[in-house]
Each structure stands twice: as structure tokens, then as C-alpha cells.
Write a protein that binds this ligand. Structure first.
Ligand SMILES: Cc1cc2nc3c(=O)[nH]c(=O)nc-3n(C[C@H](O)[C@H](O)[C@H](O)COP(=O)(O)O)c2cc1C
Length: 185
């Protein structure tokens, strides 16, 4: 079976190179609207969305994440950090940070919201990549400064982020593992 929504789900990829073309305000509004329209347990909406276009701030967050990762034992570092040109935001023109209220289970709601944004981006002809690695920027001395700069509300913490822009790469779909599905009749 196929329809527009199923096509978008099938065609979404994680893009890791972006053109410099900025997003329009209309596009950004549509993306954050997709985020705040997501379901959440008990409709608690335990999230806050922060749209960042400021590349200097993104560079600072990238640098701090890299510094904190480099303090980890080599074996536990994400392999991407081996590349000296690696940038956790891939120089995307916009990154949406989702922070979650600091209570158990609330990051799950943020995970659902980030997928809503990824699919909304796809529907607008944009590309995206969901980002967990920025979490490393909040594991050192600059945690509070970044939380303030990103307008996280009090008692909220980094949950997930998503970079969005006009993709400058092409990707095949990863192999879909049908063994991960069971049917119980
Ligand atoms: C919770 C989560 C965190 C992720 N964090 C990162 C990340 O920090 N950097 C990155 O390049 N990709 C990240 N990804 C993207 C995955 O690597 C990607 O979804 C996966 O390889 C499948 O590829 P696809 O998205 O193109 O289907 C993340 C994905 C998820 C769902």
C-alpha cells in the first residue's frame, strides 16, 4: 500500500551535508508547528523547541561536544569524531533543539516530536538529520551557559536535536530488517 505519508516515511534519510541556502520563516514555522502538534503522554507537552540559525553558537556547541568526547576512552568515542572535519551539525542552516522537562520518560515524547519534524521537513522538500550527539556539549563546564543561550526553561535538559536544510548529499535507504517484525494472529 502507498500514499503520500507512507512515501514520505519511506523516502526520509539522514542528510549529513547541506547547502548554505537558509530556510524561510514560513518553513521554520511549519517545522515547529509539526513539533508542537505531536502526541505526548497525558498531553503533558513536556518539551521546549529552540530554533538556532546562529552558526557561531552552533560552532561553539560543536567544539564543546568534541572536547568532551575526546576526554572519553578512545573505545567509547563515536567513530564520526575521528574525522577532523566532523561537525555535529553538518553546517546545516538551522538546528532545532528539543529540551525536555527533567522527569522520567519525558524524552520519549520529544523523540516522537523530532520524527514529526523530520517528516514535515521531508514534506517541504527539505532534508534533516536527528541528532543525539549534541548531548555531549551538556556534559561539561559549559552546560548551564548553553542551556541559557538556548533558552531551555528552568528544570529542562537537552533531549534531542534535528538539523534541517537543503540537502547536498544523496543516500540510499538503509537495509530494512524485516526480521524485526512479528505477527501474532
Ligand atoms: C535518537 C537518534 C539520534 C541520532 N543521532 C545522530 C547524531 O548525533 N548524528 C548523526 O549523524 N546521526 C544521528 N542519527 C541518525 C541515525 O544515524 C540514522 O537515523 C540511521 O543511521 C538510519 O539512517 P536514516 O535516518 O537515513 O534512515 C540519530 C538518529 C536517532 C533516531
Amino acid at each position: 500500500m502507498i500514499n503520500k505519508t507512507l512515501e514520505l516515511l519511506d523516502q526520509r534519510r539522514s542528510h549529513r551535508a547541506y547547502k548554505k541556502t537558509p530556510l524561510t520563516d514560513e518553513q521554520i514555522d511549519a517545522l515547529v508547528y509539526a513539533g508542537i502538534s505531536s502526541p505526548s503522554a497525558n498531553n503533558h507537552q513536556p518539551w521546549h523547541f529552540t530554533v538556532v540559525k546562529n552558526q557561531e553558537l552552533l560552532n561553539e556547541i560543536n567544539q564543546e561536544a568534541c572536547n568532551n568526547v575526546m576526554r572519553l576512552p578512545e573505545a567509547s568515542r563515536n567513530a564520526r569524531f575521528v574525522d577532523p572535519d566532523f561537525h555535529i551539525f553538518y553546517h546545516a542552516p538551522a538546528v532545532i533543539f528539543i529540551s525536555a522537562i527533567n522527569q522520567p520518560g519525558k524524552k520519549l515524547d520529544c523523540g516522537i516530536a523530532v520524527q514529526s519534524i523530520a517528516i514535515a521537513a521531508q514534506s517541504l522538500g527539505l532534508g534533516s538529520v536527528i541528532l543525539g550527539l549534541p548531548n555531549f556539549a551538556f556534559q561539561g563546564d559549559k552546560k548551564e551557559a548553553f542551556e541559557k543561550a538556548l533558552h531551555f526553561p528552568n528544570n529542562y535538559e537537552f533531549a534531542i536535536a534535528i538539523a534541517v536544510g537543503h540537502p547536498d548529499d544523496e543516500k540510499d535507504a538503509p537495509v530494512r530488517d524485516y526480521q524485526k517484525i512479528s505477527f501474532v494472529d
